[in-house]
Design a protein around this ligand. Structure first.
Ligand SMILES: Cc1ncc(COP(=O)(O)O)c(C=O)c1O
Length: 384
């Protein structure tokens, strides 16, 4: 969709990368590191400075102690991190449970590692899962469950109660919880991020995958990290070594500084995105989209059934192409977040990690929808 947005000059609200500047202090720290000649390979599993800073931040926010020498692997973004983890823990024939809709990479990641993905539905409008359906997905072949909270694409923030249900099943079936917490600091409306690693009995079976991309608005730096028990970290470090050798050394140096930023940085990040969430919600409502109100991350899912019937579009993909070409706003077809594309054929995802001027340009373009599809009945706003 980003490529189509460029081709048709559309406002790009599809891919989740900020179009505003990264924090000044981070840019300065990165350039200082380059000029201080930190330009050669860092230690494979991450510079000591970064690992020590991460240990301190994990203690500060999650109140758990991790060993920087044996439990952290720094990698090239959490994307590499998820792949390293699956390659390290999966054996042929294993199954991995994935909640759906899911962040696009998990399905292919599971398949590349040799695992069979088993999907469990997060159901609209509040993206809850059915406990019986989840329990039925566990069996003797289940090696791991992937949990992404706060969630892309739904904006769901898993509650402590939901995570406890998952934790009990993980313990019952001796399953690993692989948790992608890349939006941990982006939550709204009093929602709290609960990391599964903090739950009773989960410390030794949780693998946290995270990174700097979203919290520090530096998706292009490619610095991520994995927190895992020592034995598993040993296997993960080997996978990471063979895949990329190491994450960018000067950016780990700047990352160490970023991880030490004051609490106010994280509070401001969340309030900055709250303003944008509310702005995009209002714009979408005016344009007659039925939006699911996100409690976290920076995406809004919308039911577009009204537009499909008004315009005679077969599915989300046709509608998104129309949106890019005729309306001038790019969004992601919902089917890309499902194992079976039919399950997402009437939803699309917008992102709001954009400048006010970008959102204003999208607002102006969205007014074209009314002229182009006058018959689309407005559906009510739906919330989590
Ligand atoms: C849930 C989730 N995990 C991981 C990533 C990728 O993160 P990274 O830039 O650290 O590879 C994204 C990016 O959109 C994401 O939404």
């Amino acid at each position: 969709m980003t490529r189509l947005a460029i081709q048709y000059g559309a406002v790009n609200l599809s891919q989740g990368f900020p179009d505003f500047a990264a924090p000044e202090v981070l840019k300065k720290a990165a350039s200082d590191a380059v000029f201080a000649d930190i330009n050669q390979y860092a230690i494979t599993w991450g510079s000591k400075k970064f690992r020590d800073a991460l240990t301190a931040k994990t203690k500060r926010f999650l109140d758990i102690d991790i060993d920087p020498e044996r439990e952290i692997t720094v990698c090239c973004g959490s994307t590499e991190g998820m792949m390293d983890v699956l390659l390290a823990v999966i054996n042929p024939g294993d199954e991995v449970i994935v909640f759906e809709p899911f962040y696009e990479n998990y399905g292919p990641d599971a398949i590349i590692s040799g695992a069979t993905p088993r999907y469990v539905q997060l159901r609209r409008p509040d993206w809850t899962f059915d406990e019986m359906e989840l329990a039925a997905a566990f069996n003797n072949k289940t090696k791991a469950i992937i949990i992404n909270t706060p969630n892309n694409p739904t904006g769901k923030v898993f509650s402590r109660k939901e995570l406890e249900v998952i934790a009990r099943l993980c313990q019952k079936w001796d399953v690993l919880a692989i948790t992608d917490e890349i939006y941990e600091h982006i939550v709204y409306d009093g929602a709290t991020h609960v990391s599964p690693i903090t739950l009773d009995g989960m410390r030794e079976r949780t693998i946290v995958v995270n990174g700097m991309s979203k919290t520090y608005s530096v998706t292009g730096w490619r610095v991520g990290y994995i927190i895992a028990p020592p034995g598993i970290s040993g296997a993960i470090r080997k996978m990471h070594d063979f895949m990329t050798v190491g994450a960018p050394a000067p950016l780990q140096e700047a990352g160490a500084m970023a991880l030490g930023l004051a609490d106010s940085y994280y509070e401001e990040l969340a309030s900055h995105y709250l303003v944008r969430r509310n702005r995009l919600l209002a714009m979408l409502r005016n344009a007659r989209f039925a939006a699911f109100v996100p409690k976290g991350a920076y995406y809004i899912m919308c039911d577009v059934g009204n537009f499909l019937s008004a315009g005679g579009f077969a599915n989300d993909i046709e509608f998104c192409r129309f949106m890019v070409k005729e309306v001038g706003v790019a969004a992601v077809p919902g089917s890309s977040f499902f194992g079976d594309p039919a399950s997402g054929r009437d939803i699309i995802r917008f992102t709001f990690c954009k400048k006010e001027s970008t959102l204003a340009a999208a607002e102006e373009r969205l007014t074209r929808l009314t002229n182009l599809l006058p018959g689309a009945e407005s559906k009510s706003h739906v919330g989590i």
